[in-house]
Structures are given as structure tokens and as C-alpha cells.
Ligand binder design. Structure first.
Ligand code: SF4
Ligand code: SF4
Length: 169
């Protein structure tokens, strides 16, 4: 039996700024035009994410066995552009991804990458080998980021809390 999570439904409906989600008539245009669905139709389907969010069917979006079912989206915005009902699907996916991370369900590579940025102020840390190579190629020096400043900004978004406390209901 499918159980409906009204909290999930309310969060998605409340957060959707233009309140157009309820006008989705499941035409499938988003999925038909999604580049990810084209290469991985069994694993990623934006139309069904929208349907499950609207209905509050949590296991299909937040507790899916395959995290790719939610995280496969590259936020290319194609679905937003082709939706005849002007539904901003990617806004909804961002809400769901944030919920997924708070529940500790996000793919490990995302949290690892976030930790790297938090600790080093950039996605690819400064490395002496890279600097030597750049010198050899006559490329200009890369300025080291102000890690503390970046951490201050990230702390405002509570990334530090999310990284420390990966499981939060
Ligand atoms: S394209 Fe828009 S209306 Fe059609 S299924 Fe996708 S979200 Fe719903
Ligand atoms: S934004 Fe995501 S769901 Fe929409 S078309 Fe691009 S990859 Fe597919």
C-alpha cells in the first residue's frame, strides 16, 4: 500500500513560489526532453518526481533505493523551458535535494565535494604539483582563497551543520 506523506506534500507545495505545481497534467514533455532521461530512462524520470512530490509519495523521491532517481538531474533547465504549464521543475528538485541532504540520503560524492570546498575554499585544493606545472607552462600564480571568509559564508547557509550532522529528521 502506498502511504502519503502530507508533510512532504505541504513542503513542496508551500515552497513552490508560483504555485503552479498543481497544474501539472502529466503530459511527459519534461521527461521526453530531459537529456538524463534519454540516456538513463530506467533510473531518472522528472515527470514521476513531480507526480510523487505532488501526491506526497515519499518513498519514490526521498527514500529511493537508487539516489540517482533524484540526484540524476544536472539542472540544465530544459524541462523548465518546455513545460507547457510553466512549472519550474528545477526549483522543486532543489527543495527535494535539500531535504534529501538533511536526511543524510544525498550521494556521498556531494557531501565529500562540499567538505572539500568548506575545508579548502575551493573544489580543487591548492597542490604544489599543480603549481609547479603551471610555473613550467609559464602560467600565472593562482591566488589562494580566503578559507575563513568562505567558511563564514558557508556557515550562514548552515553547511557546517549539515556536514557535521549528516542525519537530521
Ligand atoms: S512538462 Fe510540465 S505539465 Fe508536463 S508532465 Fe512535466 S511538469 Fe507536468
Ligand atoms: S533540469 Fe534536470 S530534469 Fe530538467 S531536463 Fe535538465 S536534467 Fe532533466
Amino acid at each position: 500500500m502506498v502511504s502519503v506523506d502530507y508533510e512532504l506534500r505541504k513542503k513542496v507545495m508551500d515552497a513552490h513560489i508560483h504555485d503552479t505545481l498543481k497544474y501539472c497534467y502529466q503530459c511527459n514533455r519534461c521527461t521526453d526532453n530531459c537529456p538524463i532521461s534519454k540516456v538513463a530512462p530506467e533510473r531518472y524520470d522528472p515527470r514521476s518526481i513531480i507526480l510523487s512530490s505532488f501526491l506526497g509519495i515519499k518513498p519514490s523521491v526521498l527514500e529511493a533505493e537508487d539516489p540517482f532517481a533524484l540526484w540524476g538531474c544536472t539542472i540544465c533547465d530544459t524541462c523548465d523551458e518546455v513545460c507547457p504549464q510553466n512549472i519550474e521543475l528545477t526549483e522543486i528538485f532543489a527543495i527535494l535535494k535539500n531535504m534529501s541532504i538533511k536526511r543524510g540520503e544525498g550521494p556521498e560524492y556531494y557531501t565529500q565535494q562540499a567538505s572539500t570546498i568548506y575545508e579548502n575554499g575551493k573544489a580543487i585544493p591548492m597542490q604544489s604539483a599543480i603549481e609547479r606545472r603551471r610555473d613550467d607552462l609559464g602560467l600565472p600564480k593562482i591566488e589562494a582563497p580566503d578559507v575563513q571568509e568562505i567558511q563564514t559564508i558557508l556557515n550562514k547557509s548552515k553547511l557546517n551543520v549539515i556536514l557535521d550532522k549528516n542525519k537530521e529528521e
